[in-house]
Design a protein around this ligand. Structure first.
Ligand code: HEC
Ligand code: HEC
Length: 468
């Protein structure tokens, strides 16, 4: 699940360059202002979120301590350094729930939504290569099957790749071996989302249309001018549709063969995101490899790609249940870290829980921010239940730092009870919260109008924002 922080963060990034607002009513957020360029879009307020499937859970088990710790580190801006940390950006900001982020756009570093220059000036001036060469954010689903890493496949080991992301690309602090192993364990646990259309050996299954059948045949057919090649020779259906190799397919260099599994949700395509759909990709191969495809052939290949690239319930609505599950999984890290007296891991976990809980609290707007009448009292109850939980977690943090491990353990048991007791309270206020899709959409539309109007008064909403 995404750590989304405060809903105004996106809007604030829009405002980042307007000095007029610094020190204004929004002073509490000015830590972010100026760090991300004006016009930055992190896409954090989406109601539907990519579905997370873990290998450990789909085989009936539970995520391990290490996997949950990795999830915490993946969601924690403390893992990264400098401006990313200050702006509250974590791995999860770009790899939302371990996938991609087609909405992310950072002026100066992106040329279109969904791509990002990892060697730009913003996050690490030392890594700046002086060229705007943004790359799409790859989904990490099935990453354990997708070595070598990086679009250019420069790194064989996932551990080395993650280490480099933290230390060199984001100028972050040297991670402990424990945290590095945890992040890698988390990434390796992220599975592809199941696809009913996929049978044994990557063959199409279920009710296969004629177009899909023809597309599948074309996929395996040797290229007329290069009989050693076919789509399937590089995108190997028995091997997650990859061959673990780099090729020059006429896209400007050597790039690794990307997987086609769940790829319907990975647009834009190619390392730089130059193509927005499969039809453009198929035309590219047709041109580059002189395939001589007819219009029908191209459509058939697209139908086939859509079938194998599908996923069941790829997006799921943001619910109280998923939020509570994640908070509970994160608390599970404390179940080990507290008795082990692991102060560092406990501190990172408590910091991430604090962010998650604050973000959850913001889903129950206060009266002054409410966009509808009614449910005011309910929202108040939800907010205070979460506030007491946050305070209880702060006590664990204090106890850990002072070496009072028994108090910390007692605090953890109490926090668990408080979380359980909070669930029915949160559920009862759901209809008046941002877990109600209509309220969610109206709320963010209003927030965006409000902040755009601060940048350009001509865009000011005619009616006051707060009718409650
Ligand atoms: C600002 C956006 C952003 C953030 C933050 C970010 N990444 Fe990435 N990630 C990318 C981009 C862009 C690429 C492609 C880079 C390349 O090809 O060199 C990438 C590539 C990767 C890959 C390689 C996947 C593959 O199949 O080749 C892994 C693994 C990864 N990131 C993990 C992480 C981890 C772990 C963190 C946090 C420590 C992180 N990323 C933070 C944007 C981001
Ligand atoms: C020589 C190996 C090779 C062959 C043959 C090949 N591909 Fe690819 N394919 C690649 C590589 C490498 C990329 C990534 C290019 C880039 O990032 O610039 C790619 C990218 C793609 C993508 C975009 C996926 C994404 O997430 O960006 C699709 C879809 C695709 N290929 C489908 C096909 C189809 C259909 C065929 C047959 C007509 C085919 N490929 C033939 C190697 C190959």
């Amino acid at each position: 699940m995404a750590t989304k922080y405060h809903p105004l963060r996106i809007a604030l990034a829009v405002l980042a360059a307007t000095a007029a607002l610094a020190g204004s009513a929004r002073a509490e957020f000015t830590g972010t202002a100026g760090l991300l360029p004006a016009g930055t879009e992190l896409g954090e307020e989406a109601f539907d979120q990519p579905r997370e499937v873990f290998r450990s859970e789909s085989s009936g088990g539970r995520k391990s301590y290490l996997v949950n710790m990795g999830d915490v580190a993946f969601s924690s801006p403390l893992t990264l350094g400098g401006p990313a940390r200050a702006a509250g950006i974590s791995c999860n900001t770009c790899h939302v729930n371990g996938t991609t982020n087609p909405r992310l756009y950072i002026p100066g570093l992106s040329t279109q939504p969904g791509n990002f220059d990892t060697t730009g000036h913003l996050f690490n001036p030392k890594a700046d290569n002086g060229v705007l060469d943004p790359l799409t954010i790859p989904s990490l689903r099935g990453a354990h099957l997708l070595a070598p890493y990086g679009h250019d496949g420069r790194t064989l080991s996932l551990t080395d790749f993650v280490h480099n992301v933290i230390v060199n690309e984001f100028a972050g602090p040297e991670p402990s071996q424990e945290v590095l192993d945890a992040i890698v364990a988390y990434i390796e646990d992220i599975d592809f989302v199941p696809n009913r259309r996929l049978g044994v050996g990557g063959k199409l299954a279920g009710r296969v249309s004629d177009a899909e059948k023809r597309g599948e045949a074309l996929f395996y057919q040797p290229f007329p001018h290069d009989p050693g090649l076919s789509c399937a020779a590089c995108h190997v259906p028995t091997g997650a549709f990859v061959d673990h190799r780099q090729h020059d397919v006429g896209s400007g260099g050597l790039f690794k063969t990307p997987t086609l599994l769940n790829a319907n949700f990975n647009a834009p395509y190619f390392h730089d995101g130059r193509y927005t759909n499969y039809a453009q990709v198929v035309s590219h191969f047709d041109r580059m490899f002189y395939l001589g495809l007819s219009a029908q052939d191209r459509q058939d290949l697209v139908a086939y790609l859509q079938a194998i690239g599908d996923a069941e319930q790829a997006l799921v609505p943001d619910t109280i249940q998923t939020r509570v599950k994640e908070i509970s999984d994160f608390m599970g890290v404390l179940d080990t870290a507290v008795p082990e007296h692991n102060v560092t891991i406990a501190a990172m976990t408590l910091d991430t829980l604090d962010r998650e809980l604050r973000d959850l609290t913001e889903q129950f707007p206060e009266r002054k921010n409410a966009i509808v009448s009614g449910g005011v009292e309910q929202r108040g109850l939800a907010r205070s239940a979460l506030k007491y939980l946050v305070l209880s977690l702060h006590q664990i943090d204090g106890a850990m730092h002072n070496g009072h491990f028994d108090d910390a353990a007692a605090g953890l048991a109490r926090s668990r009870e408080m979380l359980a007791a909070a669930v029915p309270v949160l559920e009862a206020s759901a209809p008046w919260s941002l877990f109600n899709r209509q309220l969610h959409d109206a709320h963010f539309a209003a927030v965006r109008r409000l902040y755009r109007s601060a940048v350009d008064p001509a865009l000011a909403p005619r009616r006051p924002y707060d009718p409650d």
